[in-house]
Design a protein around this ligand. Sequence first.
Ligand SMILES: [Zn+2]
Length: 265
Amino acid sequence: MSAPVAEIAVIGGSGFYSFLDDAEQHAVETPYGAPSAPVAVGTVAGRRVAFLPRHGRHHEYPPHRINYRANAWALRSLGVRQVLAPCAVGSLRPEVGPGAVVLPDQLVDRTLGRAQTFVEAGAVHVPFAEPYCDRLSAAVASVDETVRTGGTMVVIEGPRFSTRAESQHYAAQGWSLINMTGHPEAVLAREMRQCYVSIALVTDLDAGVEAGSGVSQEEVFAAFADNLGRLRGLLSDSIAVLPDPDGCTCASWADGIPLTYELPS
Ligand SMILES: [Zn+2]
């Protein structure tokens, strides 16, 4: 196996198109097509870190048109074993307002028809009861006491926002966050045997918990822009304390299982 270009990645979300200064660009081709953008690689806290803007460098790709498989494959092909995934979310809980950063511990998939697996043949059933890496989550939470942990993120197809009835339904299930990109990103990372954690920035209260007219795109982007500096700091501090990925169940689940898809090396 060739030496890794980077072992840690950040997949940036809406309004978050750069993380690394002075980065080198890697144009990666994958069996699934091109990733959202060339992957930038630079140094953070002494570690080589890859950055991929989820929606493309100019926000070309709406949530349902992102090539999630190409993104996951491209990062793995550079050697990435740990993925930090900031994303914009709506809150389904009135007590968790804009500006809160949450590390959810569960995910509900309400997307439609997205390519969500590398498995095309054979008996490969990926364990996903715990969709996020608890070791990564603990590392991120350890560097900022204002970061909230736990809760369920429901991922909708988009690109439209929820109706009020949908949002109220999700809230009634006990789910706390709503987003459009967290699936299949998390499960594809698991299939690539990578540790993965969603770092959810609350940009708005969703329609079900808001008395007004519901969320707007301007609101989401403005909230993300307001918190960019803070997110960058959180990511840098987290990267400095990430645990060794060796031995994590995010990778070891596949020990002894003949995978029917290619893991890039
Ligand atoms: Zn892990």
